[in-house]
Design a protein around this ligand. Structure first.
Ligand SMILES: [Zn+2]
Length: 143
């Protein structure tokens, strides 16, 4: 089966969250939606991790900044690439793999996501390990 990328959308504004998730679904991504950093972190404690976290930087409660701290501090979490959504064009964070400014331009968001996913540790579209792996046997090339 083909790997379907799962994108975790962390966005407090319901309109933006729905719009972004809809756009991603239309383009073949699976989406998980969380309204804030607290619920997102809770969800990320589970074994299954998304392929990319799409994070709104300005949120009440646990803000995007605090989320970034926790992301950095947690070893398994820090492997999941981050894409930031921000209204600040001068934000520069090495931790983020890409930055999309608000208001969100759909084409730009998709471009950034695909670029990040191309090198994501989720393995992109490669077949999953263990399932039907083809072993090479007696196929040594003659020197
Ligand atoms: Zn993936």
């Amino acid at each position: 089966m083909r790997h379907e990328h799962a994108i975790l959308v962390v966005e407090d504004d319901p309109y933006t969250r729905t719009a972004v998730a809809g756009l991603l679904r239309e383009n073949g991504f699976k989406t998980w939606r969380e309204p804030n950093g607290t619920t997102a972190l809770r969800r990320l404690r589970g074994r299954r991790k998304p392929c990319v976290i799409l994070l709104d930087l300005m949120m009440p409660g646990i803000t995007g900044w605090e989320f970034l701290e926790r992301h950095r501090a947690n070893r398994s979490l820090s492997k999941v690439p981050l894409v930031l959504m921000t209204g600040w064009t001068d934000t520069d964070l090495a931790q983020a793999r890409a930055m999309v400014t608000k208001p969100i331009d759909p084409a730009r968001l998709l471009r950034s996501l695909r670029r990040v996913l191309a090198s994501s540790p989720c393995g992109g579209n490669r077949p999953r390990r263990g399932s039907g792996r083809v072993k090479r046997r007696g196929n040594r090339r003659a020197a």
